[in-house]
Ligand binder design. Sequence first.
Ligand code: CTP
Ligand code: MG
Length: 249
Amino acid sequence: MNSPPQPTRTAAVIPAAGRGVRLGPGAPKALRALNGTPMLIHAVRAMAASRAVSLVVVVAPPDGAAEVKTLLSDHSLPDRTDFLVVPGGDTRQESVRAGVDALPPDVGTVLVHDAARPLVPVDTVDTVIETVRAGAPAVVPALPLADTVKEVEPATERGAPERVVATPERARLRAVQTPQGFDREVLVRAHETVEASGEGATDDAGMVEQLGLPVVVVPGHEEAFKVTRPLDLVLAEAVLARRRANDGF
Ligand code: CTP
Ligand code: MG
């Protein structure tokens, strides 16, 4: 009896359906420009830069799928990569699920990468993929923290003093980034098992932890920071300018 072929392709799902409330008024965050190119295009190129990634699934703002398809065809992207666009949902968790549901059967390894992290270097992407392929069910790039972190009793009134509850040992803490990498079956099971509540999960690996499966951290990169607030746009454009200068453009 012949067993079915093992799903061997690696795909990247890019949730890009958020509004970007913390960035302030304007177009959906993923469609805002960084040095003239939409953030989403930078993020798509960052995933397609890995030779291991043969498919990129973009999860577009619910009413923006047509616009995203146009953007993808208007910008130069590697020929070796396939692209799919699906509409997203009200929470990041719903959007990621929409992307995962669109994956073809031959995909065995899945990256989930925030469109809001447009500048992640390809070495970080490759390290995550290699660690999944070596047998880890879930892999997260992360960095040690610069700041000490306090756990507080959150105040109900904005700006009011908050009582400190604990100070976790900084050396044991990591700030997690994307792309997070998964064995496809594990990610699907996590999305089927973990209830969406409130804002939904902001971290896919956290859902795998809830299944009781091991999640490992690999080194992240300072250029994989998330564009969240207006100052992050300034930093992102500075990183692009430095890359240009170093590349001799
Ligand atoms: N995201 C998504 N669908 C949602 C919410 C978020 O696909 N319903 C995506 C965002 O587009 C982003 C990533 O999840 O690429 C990380 O989310 P975040 O940085 O919080 O982006 P936004 O939710 O857009 O920003 P904000 O929370 O400030 O509104
Ligand atoms: Mg958000």
